[in-house]
Design a protein around this ligand. Structure first.
Ligand SMILES: [Zn+2]
Ligand SMILES: [Zn+2]
Length: 373
């Protein structure tokens, strides 16, 4: 095994069974990133953590970074830790690199240089290297709101579902939060409601944008990575597609959407809202979208939340013929009367049919973001 930093070592499966060496280095904790755990007669003598992982490009280690970093940190409080895989080259190196980047605020390149000084044979496979790049782009932490990370997780989930590896309803936990009953938060938030029964369905943050006609590239999380040639094509001249409404899966969709494909219906009134397919579909603009959770623009209404000055009357936008002012907390159990209702609240919702305003949403959001800066 090789020293990495104080109380942190990296090694192979042989090192993990070398009890003399473990004792010599004061190892109290072992983290196995392997296709099988250590034999119990060895692992029982240590504080033990096992992450099941094959050394393959498309294996997801990124989702385990946070728990592994925490395990290594807690081990250093109590003693010393060995992080190992079979050869001590790819899987364990990826975890140790993530820890070094997070702990010492290193770039991926600097972390690689540092670790190779101690263990020259390390070589994360290309898929793990890309996951480390995504980790770096999030500031060496997992940011669940990062759009590229969302795409990464959806791509991973799509692969599992297509390979029929998915037998676990817990995957629904990875879907975005149900906006029903949630308080509208930020100015500029956009809430999408069922056109028929007004049930809140998803927020604008669940929309997945793509560039017009980028083939299969646009919905691949790797397209934004610096090492990927795909990003060089992005000179800012391409426009964001405004023809379709694609979203990430939302919790109210439940286990129904763990099938390969099917319909999406309103959880309250069961009106058809759209369809989903994990293998992807082609948007009208030509871009292949994977996975595709496609909502019909004429099935939902867009409700914008805006800060309002407490003035006697504020003129409403001229392009909003069906505008209503409604109370903010949307009821999920009883239909909200679609009636204008003046209140003293500091914010208001402006409701418009999405089909008419879909092309505006992107620019409006960008305007608000610019103003906020
Ligand atoms: Zn409905
Ligand atoms: Zn499109």
């Amino acid at each position: 095994m090789n020293y990495v930093q104080e109380c942190v070592y990296i090694g192979s499966a042989d090192d993990a069974y070398d009890t003399l060496s473990l004792a010599k280095h004061g190892i109290t904790h072992i983290l196995s990133v392997e296709h099988r755990p250590l034999r119990k007669e060895v692992s029982d003598d240590y504080v033990y953590k096992y992450v099941h992982a094959l050394d393959m490009d498309n294996v997801d280690l990124l989702s385990h970074f946070t728990e592994c970093i925490e395990f290594i940190d807690s081990a250093r409080q109590a003693g010393a830790v060995l992080v190992h895989c079979y050869f001590g080259q790819s899987r364990s190196a990826t975890i140790v690199l993530a820890w070094l980047m997070h702990k010492m605020a290193l770039t991926l390149d600097d972390a690689l240089l540092l670790l190779m000084k101690h263990r020259p044979q390390i070589r994360p496979n290309p898929g793990f290297h890309e996951q480390l790049e995504l980790f770096e782009s999030m500031g060496n932490v997992i940011d669940p709101h990062n759009e590229q990370y969302k795409l990464y997780r959806l791509n991973t989930l799509a692969r599992q579902i297509q390979a029929a590896q998915l037998s676990d309803a817990r995957h629904v936990d990875a879907f975005s939060a149900d906006p029903c009953g949630a308080q509208p938060s930020d100015k500029g938030d956009v809430l999408y409601k069922c056109k028929k029964c007004r049930r809140p369905l998803f927020k604008s943050t669940s929309r997945l944008s793509h560039k017009v006609g980028r083939g299969e590239v646009a919905f691949d999380w790797r397209s934004s990575l610096p090492s990927n040639g795909m990003s060089d094509q992005d000179d800012g001249s391409e426009s964001v597609c405004e023809q379709s409404l694609f979203i990430e899966p939302v919790k109210w969709m439940g286990e129904d959407v763990l099938a390969l494909e099917g319909k999406i219906a309103c959880p309250k009134c069961h009106a058809k809202l759209g369809s989903f397919t994990w293998s992807g579909e082609r948007c009208a603009c030509g871009t292949w979208v994977t996975p595709a959770f496609h909502i019909g623009p004429n099935k939902v209404d867009e409700c914008r939340i805006r800060a309002v000055q407490p003035l006697p009357s504020t003129p409403l936008p001229p392009h909003a013929p069906n505008t209503g002012i409604a109370q903010l907390t949307a009821s999920c159990n009883s239909p909200q009367p679609h009636v204008a209702m003046k209140t003293d609240v500091q914010t208001r919702m402006v409701e418009r049919p999405v089909a008419k305003v879909l092309p505006m949403v992107q620019s409006l959001c960008q305007d608000e973001a610019t103003q906020a800066q």
